[in-house]
Design a protein around this ligand. Structure first.
Ligand SMILES: C[S@@+](CC[C@H](N)C(=O)[O-])C[C@H]1O[C@@H](n2cnc3c(N)ncnc32)[C@H](O)[C@@H]1O
Length: 232
C-alpha cells in the first residue's frame, strides 16, 4: 500500500497558496524602471509608466506593436505589460537610426556607430536591453522598415505606438499603414506631440490631429508629449 504523507486537504491548501503566490507575483510585476533609466532614449519615466498602464489594458485585446525600438527603452515598459498578460510586443526598427540621429544631426550618438560598417546600428543595444529586462519571450523584434513589416500584416492589434521617423511623410505613412490594424477599443499612441512649434517638431502633432479628426478615435489625457487615443 502506498503511504502518502499528504491528504487531499493538504494538496488543496498547497494549490491555493501557490495560486495566491502566482497572483501576488503577477499583481506586483512592474517595469524595471531602474533599468529603463539606464537605457539611451527619449522617453520620460512618466511617459513610460503611461505606456505600461495603457498596454496593460490593450494587450488583453490583442498583441501590441511599436514603430521605433531604438535601444529598447519604450519596449521595457510595453513589454512588461505584455509579459504580465502573456501577450506579445512586436517592435519594429531598421536600426539604422532616424534622419535626426545621423552623423552631424542633433540627436547623433557616436556610441551607436558600428565601426565596421561606419553606420548607426542600434540593434545590439536593443538586444542587450531585452535580455536584461528578461523580455526575450515577449518582445519580437522586426528588423526592417515599417513599410516592409506592414506588407503582409494580418494580425489585429490592441495597441500601436508610433515613435519612428519624425518627418511628416514618415509619421503620416506610419499612421495610414497601421491604423486599420487597430482593434475597436484598442489604442493608438504617438510620441513627441508638441502643440507649439517653439517646443518641438510639428509632424507628430499634425498626424495626431488627423487621427483625432478622422472620427475613429476618442482622445484620452496626454502624458507630457505622449498622445493617447482609443479606437471607438
Ligand atoms: C525616436 S527613436 C525611438 C525611441 C524609442 N521608442 C525609445 O523609447 O527609446 C526612432 C527610431 O525609429 C527608427 N525608424 C525611423 N524610421 C523608421 C521606419 N520607417 N521604420 C522603422 N524604424 C524606423 C529609427 O531607426 C530609430 O531607432
Amino acid at each position: 500500500m502506498c503511504v502518502c504523507p499528504f491528504d487531499a486537504l493538504d494538496f488543496r491548501i498547497l494549490e491555493l497558496s501557490l495560486s495566491t503566490t502566482y497572483l501576488l507575483v503577477v499583481l506586483t510585476m512592474k517595469p524595471d524602471i531602474e533599468l529603463a533609466n539606464q537605457i539611451k532614449g527619449f522617453l520620460e519615466e512618466e511617459e513610460g509608466m503611461r505606456l505600461f498602464e495603457i498596454a496593460s489594458k490593450a494587450c488583453k485585446l490583442g498583441p501590441c506593436l511599436e514603430i521605433g525600438s531604438y535601444c529598447g527603452k519604450s519596449a521595457v515598459f510595453l513589454g512588461a505589460a505584455c509579459k504580465q498578460n502573456n501577450s506579445i510586443l512586436f517592435s519594429i526598427d531598421h536600426h539604422g537610426g532616424s534622419e535626426e540621429q545621423q552623423p552631424g544631426e542633433e540627436y547623433f550618438d557616436p556610441d551607436l556607430m558600428d565601426p565596421q560598417t561606419g553606420r548607426v546600428d542600434t540593434f545590439r543595444a536593443f538586444r542587450i536591453t531585452i535580455e536584461k529586462a528578461e523580455l526575450e519571450n515577449t518582445v519580437v523584434p522586426l528588423v526592417c522598415g515599417s513599410k516592409t513589416a506592414v506588407q503582409s500584416w494580418a494580425t489585429p492589434l490592441g495597441l500601436v505606438f508610433i515613435d519612428g521617423g519624425h518627418a511628416y511623410e514618415t509619421v503620416y505613412s506610419d499612421y495610414k499603414m497601421w491604423v486599420d490594424h487597430i482593434i475597436n477599443g484598442g489604442y493608438l499612441l504617438i510620441h513627441d506631440i508638441f502643440e507649439h512649434p517653439e517646443d518641438g517638431g510639428q509632424a507628430p502633432f499634425q498626424v495626431y490631429q488627423i487621427a483625432l479628426n478622422s472620427g475613429l478615435f476618442r482622445e484620452l489625457p496626454m502624458t507630457r508629449t505622449l498622445g493617447v487615443l482609443q479606437r471607438v
